[in-house]
Design a protein around this ligand. Structure first.
Ligand code: ZN
Length: 222
């Protein structure tokens, strides 16, 4: 709240500045082939409708809050054959995917296209989130700097079999929305270079620094 100490006029200028940037962010796209399931439905402002496409549920929730935002929905799986066409026209990518193929695909593509990537992941009672901007160079790691390769397929249970506490997904989804807005509006401190971890059972947050790996196959030295 540095600006508050300097007086209301500064606050007003700051507010009008980021409000103007917020007003310019009027286009977003949701990509998922999945339907909302009763087991893993996270809370949304309008309530999720079990059985509805997730992209339609997200579009309706956003429209109820701000009908001025143009929303595109893509009820399909993101893959190497369509990823660049789907995300190429946007300024930022928020990854909430439930599989490592998509996570590593977006890691590599966002680095190549120089797009910030706000990535959140879940286990049944825990979550983690970070922002990756490795195209900025030294001091800016990517997801592969942290986890170079995907784990073996049978090592990490998938969300639909592990069972995710829906409210934990809600916490991480809300954090991801905050970090996405901060990046778009250039507010506060970025999670670039920091992994924020949430342990729901212990009711703890903690963060760790992520070092850039000079040998990283994505963002390391060529
Ligand atoms: Zn890297």
């Amino acid at each position: 709240m540095k600006s508050a100490r300097r007086g209301n006029s500064v606050c007003s200028r700051r507010a009008s500045s980021w409000s103007a940037r917020a007003a310019s962010a009027r286009r977003c796209s949701f990509i998922s082939p999945r339907q909302v399931s009763g087991r893993s439905a996270s809370p949304t402002p309008t309530g999720s409708i079990v059985g509805a496409l997730k992209v339609d549920s997200a579009r309706d929730a956003l429209a109820s809050i701000n009908p001025g935002v143009r929303v595109e929905t893509h009820p399909l799986r993101l893959g190497p054959e369509n990823a660049e066409a789907l995300i190429g026209g946007y300024g930022l990518v928020a990854d909430g995917s439930d599989n490592f193929d998509t996570r590593y695909l977006l890691t590599d593509l966002c680095f190549r296209l120089k797009k910030p990537l706000v990535a959140a992941a879940l286990s049944p009672f825990e979550g983690q989130i970070s922002t990756f901007k490795p195209y900025l160079g030294a001091g800016h790691p990517c997801y592969r700097c942290l986890f170079r390769d995907p784990p073996p397929p049978d090592l990490v249970p998938r969300c639909e079999t592990a069972g995710i506490l829906g409210a934990v997904a809600g916490v991480l989804g809300t954090l991801q929305a905050v970090e996405t807005l901060k990046e778009l509006l250039q507010l506060g401190e970025s999670l670039d270079g920091t992994l924020l971890l949430y342990d729901a059972l212990r009711a703890r947050f903690h963060s760790i620094r992520i070092a850039k790996d000079p040998e990283c196959p994505t963002c390391g030295r060529p």
